[in-house]
Ligand binder design. Structure first.
Ligand code: PLP
Length: 428
């Protein structure tokens, strides 16, 4: 990998990871094999003892997956990565790797709803408590949430669907003051728009299902380790600094140094939870990654153009896009997202719920889907779909107004996207 170190990120999207030797396939091969062959039992024994490099079983690692992990680690600037079968699995493993029953975590309230369910409902049943904070709280108010059982802080670079920008530098400092790492979900920004490690985050996760794949073909996730957090310093992480009885007493920090966290996530949790990606899924993800930089540039350009067009339209009551100068997120967006703020725009249609539904049903190019962040422009009306059980008051409480439309602006020609929007707005 060292030969890729000095290339720019757009080059790494294409070239990092698989690096064929003489006469090997130019394109990353799909190693569709659950199992691997060894010349001797002794070598296999060394593999089991984590003394040799190689693959044992595709639940734990696989060559196709490994090359994609190397590429993503290079893009984020981390020392190692672990691909998972979904973004949810990445979140679960990233937290559970260093948190046990009786402990707690501090999370931003502005994160993906599925993550809130995972942390507040399912992980609660595992004995892990989540304490939410909002960015308008002072550092002292947030500090009051920490205690001796706090193990990490969690936030989302560009929150889905609120599009709030997480002040990574501020919260990394706060987390470190309390001796815990900051985990950042970088799904919407991708490493093309923001690299959280450069602002002090310790672990990055993604739902690769979104822009990284970018074509709505494979569900997947990834955890990336910066290698920067000192797990031994405060005595809070015995799972990394004391013998793992389930792995012949290995002490991850002693044996793997800076890579302790990501090695344990693989050798212990992936072994036990089994939420690994299929080689074909990693292959498809790699195809998406090859064009990530050019796609993110176009998504961001089109997203901003749609936001500006909507902001000037009489039938639109409000627009939420971090790079609009009057957005409360503008200053943070300028700092953390210098290359753009992706293609997700939320807005209110004047006339409320009925007008929003009529607008969506009148679109032709943009299709109604639940998913976001792929090449095709799509829309969702949360109040009549994902959140339809809620009353208007409940919707407002969770930041989803009845008039809210979330548009995931694709990479089609911007003239066609705007013509589609105008045609549909003319019908209401
Ligand atoms: N994180 C974010 C920001 C997401 O938007 C999503 C899914 O929408 C997830 C995590 C969960 O990922 P997946 O659907 O791949 O499990």
């Amino acid at each position: 990998m060292s030969e890729f170190k000095d290339y720019k990120i757009d080059t790494k999207c294409i070239q990092a990871g698989w690096d064929p030797k003489n006469s090997e396939p130019r394109v990353l091969p799909i190693y569709q094999s659950t199992t691997f062959k060894y010349d001797s039992s002794e070598f296999l024994g060394q593999l089991f003892d984590l003394e040799s490099d190689g693959h044992m079983y595709t639940r734990i690692s696989n060559p196709t997956v490994e090359y994609v992990e190397r590429k993503i680690a290079a893009l984020e600037g981390g020392i190692g990565a672990l691909c998972t079968s979904s973004g949810q699995a990445a979140t679960l493993i990233s937290v559970f790797n260093i948190t046990s029953a009786g402990q707690n975590i501090i999370a931003s309230a502005s994160i993906y709803g599925g993550t809130i369910n995972l942390l507040a409902v399912t992980m609660k049943r595992m004995g892990i408590e989540v304490r939410f904070f909002t960015p308008d709280m002072t550092d002292d108010e947030i500090s009051a949430l920490f205690d001796e059982n706090t193990r990490l802080m969690f936030g989302e670079t560009l929150a889905n669907p609120a599009m709030t920008v997480f002040d990574i530098e501020r919260f990394a400092k706060l987390a470190h003051k309390h001796g815990v790492p900051l985990i950042v979900d970088n799904t919407f920004a991708t490493p093309i728009l923001c690299r959280p490690f450069e602002f002090g985050a310790d672990i990055v996760i993604h739902s690769t299902t979104k822009y990284m794949d970018g074509h709505a073909t494979v569900v997947g996730g990834v955890i990336v380790d910066s290698g920067n957090f000192d797990w031994s310093a405060g005595g809070k992480y015995p799972e990394l600094t004391e013998p793992d009885e389930s792995y012949h007493g290995v002490v991850y920090t002693e044996k793997f140094g800076r890579a302790a966290y990501i090695v344990k996530a693989r050798t212990q949790l992936m072994r036990d939870l089994g939420s690994s990606p299929q080689p074909i899924a990693a292959f498809l993800l790699n195809l998406g990654l090859e064009t990530l930089a050019v796609r993110m540039e176009r998504h961001s350009k089109n997203g901003l153009a749609v936001a500006q067009h909507l902001a000037a339209h009489p039938k639109i009551s409000w627009v939420n896009y971090p790079l609009l100068p009057d957005s409360p997120q503008y200053a943070l967006a300028k700092k953390y997202l210098p290359r753009g703020a992706c293609g997700v725009v939320s807005f209110g249609v004047a006339g409320g719920r009925e007008a929003a539904v009529r607008f969506m049903d009148s679109l032709q190019l943009a299709k109604i889907v639940v998913h976001v962040a792929d090449a095709r422009t799509s829309v969702l009306h949360p109040a009549s779909t994902t959140h339809r059980q809620l009353t208007d008051t409940q919707l407002t409480e969770c930041g989803i107004t009845p008039d809210l439309v979330r548009m995931s602006v694709g990479i089609e020609d911007i003239d066609d996207i705007i013509a589609d929007i105008d045609r549909a707005l003319a019908k209401i």
